[in-house]
Design a protein around this ligand. Structure first.
Ligand code: ADP
Ligand code: ARG
Length: 346
């Protein structure tokens, strides 16, 4: 394998840190599961517009290819390879009163964490048998949940196009055919082994076998962030008492993309800030200051519609779950203030 020429004009972190020297050093290494450098970088090579561009196949990949992943992790999370991850999922420690009690800006709040099963390859390298077994085991465990967390499991290969389209449009279900996931090997055998569990109100949801083996989600309309966090904390604790997830003291929860390591938490609001939307430089400046990320309304790599944006914490590793939400909260408070100032100026 030669140095991929596609990276020459790419601005991804992969292109930045996979120098020809690092490439030469890593090109023949594999993990015990047989995951190679070519697999780890394929998504970023095929999609030179990637922000990151690399995925791992298993926990071991983070050490086998550490010359590539350590600097990516350090730049994305501000986390050094000598640091240790920390956790605090206690809702009592969260100070996040509803930043928009009059419902003028915040449309909905969603917090998710990613999880992968211990000692099994990640979705990038999993076999169809292993993937199907996860679907079986996790869906039957979830079906034992009661009260607010009680729900049903909907496998993707048994869902009508109409049903899946409506779940996607309403922001509950993942989309099909993402080109970054496709080239990372994460869409193999689609739609088999994938599905969604949710309660009746769709405030507690679990995606099975998308980018991570599990995405555990709590969401609802409005800006009651603490209620969303409390529900998620309870559900994750319960699931964790029944299933062993891949975790280590250094990187926290192990995920296929280095951006999700640590807490694997993305806490977001859908927020209507049309004036900031017309002042993207200012919007981005505030987002950078508060370590939040701006996404469009239909998830990653989508566009804003009607001045509504998805604002979420950027750092997930080396910060606790409470701090992830606090980052998002502080950013949202600052953005609401900036939007109000722009309105009063106009
Ligand atoms: P992830 O959260 O797993 O990183 P995406 O950014 O692709 O994934 O978002 C997944 C789905 O969740 C999309 O349909 C998106 O619109 C929806 N979503 C994200 N945040 C919110 C929110 N605060 N309220 C409602 N839907 C949301
Ligand atoms: N691989 C994509 C990129 O590099 C997405 C990275 C972060 N998002 C994610 N869903 N893991 O742009």
């Amino acid at each position: 394998m030669n140095y991929p020429k596609e990276l020459k004009n790419s601005k991804s972190l992969l292109a930045k840190y996979l120098t020809p020297e690092v490439f030469e050093k890593l090109k023949d290494r594999t993990t015990a599961n047989g995951y190679t450098l070519a697999q780890a970088i394929n998504s970023g090579v095929q999609n030179p517009d990637s922000g990151i561009g690399a995925y791992v196949g298993d926990e071991e990949s983070y050490t086998t290819f550490k010359e590539l992943f350590d600097p990516i992790i350090e730049e994305y999370h501000g986390f050094k390879s000598t640091n240790k991850h920390k956790s605090n999922f206690n809702p009592d420690d969260l100070n996040a009163p509803n930043p928009d009690p009059e419902n003028k800006y915040i449309i909905s709040t969603r917090i998710r964490v990613g999880r992968n099963i211990k000692d099994i390859p990640l979705g990038t390298a999993i076999s169809s048998e292993q993937r199907n077994k996860i679907e079986q085991d996790i869906s039957s465990t979830l079906l034992t949940f009661t009260d607010e967390l009680s729900g049903k499991y909907y496998p993707l290969n048994n869902m009508s196009k109409q049903e899946s389209e409506s779940l996607i449009k309403d922001h509950f279900l993942f989309k099909a055919g993402d080109r970054f996931l496709e080239t990372a090997g994460l869409n193999r055998d689609w739609p088999n082994g994938r599905g969604i569990y949710h309660n009746n109100d769709k405030t507690f949801l679990v995606w099975i076998n998308e980018e991570d083996e599990l995405r555990i989600i709590s969401m609802q309309n409005g800006g009651d962030i603490k209620e969303v966090f409390t529900r998620l904390s309870k559900a994750v604790k319960l699931l964790q008492s029944k299933v062993k997830f891949a975790y280590n003291d250094h990187l926290g929860y192990i995920t296929s993309c280095p951006t999700n390591l640590g807490t694997a938490m993305r806490a977001s609001v859908h927020i209507k800030v049309p004036n900031l939307g017309k002042n993207m430089d200012k919007f981005q400046e505030i987002a950078d200051k508060y370590n939040v990320q701006i996404r469009g309304i239909d998830g990653e790599h989508s566009k804003s519609v009607g001045g509504i944006y998805d604002i979420s914490n950027k750092r997930r590793l080396g910060v606790t779950e409470v701090q992830c939400v606090q980052d998002m909260y502080d950013g949202v408070v600052a953005l609401i203030k900036a939007e109000q100032e722009l309105v009063s100026l106009s």
